[in-house]
Design a protein around this ligand. Structure first.
Ligand code: BES
Ligand code: MN
Ligand code: ZN
Length: 491
């Protein structure tokens, strides 16, 4: 989606729809005041009756030819003191989805009506653009009937010349970031028969650019990765170990990002129940999020070197599949007793994390749809956060608050260790029901060496069962905005 920055007067806007925000019991002034004048006091009238700027309530005003645009959509922003960047995205999302259904597909947004104290105007405009591009996303690639329901034009109006440049920068960043999220949604929504490990490898190769290189390791190149290859044995699709390297000319740190890409998780021999098994095509959400982060980072020209590691395979139950009771030798040398083949994510991540630690990076972050237990613990309001470094976790929490991709920390106390002790191998891959998200993370911690490391469990946040203000049903593309915000703030 392209974004146009308007360089004209409010009165000159010709689009189908103009979206303006107003706080609860806010004053009708500035652009909204002008609308009220054009419409002979119709806005004030409505304010006397049915609309007071309640959060997410919409007042639609046809302009009856008195203005050059067709309709004004006034979106309630709720209480001013509760307003946040994420509430901007939500309000814009509500306004745009309403507009697209009822009013028109060429939208202008009056950015200065979304005021937020102590916040750069650039960040406000970024949130506005993100809200618009993210909320109007649709995954229609497999529908035969072509519908004309795309957002046609998105224009950004900024009143003041004073901070125009800052706003423009915010709009550009918002566009890069939101388009990267939608790219990730496309991949995560793609079905398992199409989005195979090979297809993801090809997608990663397409990201190659001036500062981005890509290397694909095949089975024969990674014999030592016995845990990853163990999982891959049940499938006839060859596994791929994807390595992306974003290397800006000057950089402060090297960060390794690891993402789980199980292109379909049947559970393997420990097969999952069939109800909702179709959802397990999104078990690649962490891996494809890393593709999106690298893509966005290179476009945003971030000042960190990023290594993206994405182990990609299916988890099926073919004749050569690994089995409960098997013992796999991981790249770290540690042997792993398989209790349940459905705990496959931690196996492929174990080898990827060992590989990550070999770079001796400043820090490692992995992101994965790892456990159903995390969904039980946190629902879909936050991703699980685990790690061995307080500063790193605190920075991720901060980035989560700003982006609305919240993370909630769970402990990694030694008390959990005994749950994953094996009688016959170094470690086992399942630690029982209790604290399942934690024992999975504890398992991972055994493979990171001394590197500062954080693990983000997105099992509950990578998929929307219901539409959200700026996310339709299906893949959310979570992780891209969180990690980009984190990396931009990293010193
Ligand atoms: N991919 C699943 C986790 C998952 C569950 C993601 C629900 C998204 C939604 C993972 O591979 C898995 O199957 N985990 C098992 C682990 C168990 C066998 C210890 C689980 O959570 O049930
Ligand atoms: Mn599984
Ligand atoms: Zn899985």
């Amino acid at each position: 989606m392209d974004v146009e920055i308007l360089d004209k007067k409010f009165e000159e806007i010709v689009d189908d729809v103009v979206i303006i925000g107003i706080f609860k019991n806010g004053k009708i002034k500035e652009e909204l005041g002008k609308v009220d004048e054009f419409l002979d006091g119709a806005v004030k009238d409505a304010f006397m009756k049915e609309f007071k700027g309640e959060r997410h309530k919409i007042l639609e005003m046809p302009t009856y030819g008195r203005m050059k645009c067709n309709k004004i959509i006034i979106i309630g922003l709720g209480q001013k003191k509760k307003f946040t960047l994420d509430r901007i995205r939500q309000a814009i999302g509500k306004g745009c989805t309403y507009a697209m259904k009822k009013s028109g597909k060429k939208i202008t947004i009056i950015t200065n009506s979304f005021q937020l104290e102590k916040t750069n105007f650039g960040d406000i405009v970024q949130a506005v653009v993100e809200g618009a591009i993210l909320s109007t996303y649709k995954f229609r690639r497999f529908k035969s009937k072509k519908e004309d329901n795309e957002l046609k034009k998105l224009s950004i109006f900024m009143r003041s010349r004073k901070n125009f440049l800052e706003g423009e920068k915010g709009a550009i960043n918002g566009k890069i970031i939101a388009n990267s999220v939608n790219y990730v949604r496309n991949l995560a929504n793609s079905p398992g028969n199409e989005a195979t490990p090979e297809m993801l490898a090809k997608e990663a190769q397409k990201l190659t650019a001036k500062n981005v290189s890509c290397q694909i390791l095949e089975e024969k190149d990674i014999n030592e990765m016995g845990a990853f290859l163990g999982v891959a044995k049940g499938s006839s699709q060859p596994p791929k170990f994807i390595i992306l390297d974003y290397k800006p000319q000057k950089f402060q740190n090297t960060v390794v990002l690891v993402g789980k890409a199980i292109t379909f998780d049947s559970g393997g021999i420990s097969i999952k129940p069939s109800s909702k098994m179709d959802r397990m095509k999104y078990d690649k959400a962490g891996g494809v999020a890393i593709l999106g982060v690298i893509h966005a980072a290179s476009k945003l020209k971030l000042h960190q070197r990023l290594i993206g590691l994405v182990p990609a395979t299916e988890n099926l139950s073919g004749g050569s599949a690994f089995k409960p009771g098997d013992i796999l030798k991981s790249a770290s040398g540690k042997t792993i007793e398989i209790i349940n083949t459905d705990a496959e994510g931690r196996l492929i991540l174990a080898d990827a994390l060992t590989h990550a630690a070999n770079y001796k990076p400043k820090l490692i972050i992995d992101i994965a749809t790892l456990t159903g237990a995390c969904v039980i613990a946190l629902g879909n309001a936050a991703s699980g956060l685990f790690g061995n470094n307080k500063k790193l976790n605190d920075s991720l929490k901060k980035a989560g608050e700003i982006t609305g991709e919240r993370v909630w920390e769970l402990p990694l106390w030694e008390d959990y260790e005994e749950q994953i002790e094996s009688d016959i191998a170094d470690i086992k891959n399942v630690g029982g029901h209790e604290g399942g998200a934690i024992t999975a993370a504890y398992f991972l911690s055994k493979f990171v060496g001394k590197s500062p490391w954080a693990h983000i469990d997105i099992a509950g946040t990578a998929w929307n069962e219901k539409q959200k203000p700026y996310g339709p049903k299906g893949a959310t593309g979570t992780g891209v905005r969180l990690l980009i915000e984190f990396l931009r703030r990293l010193k």
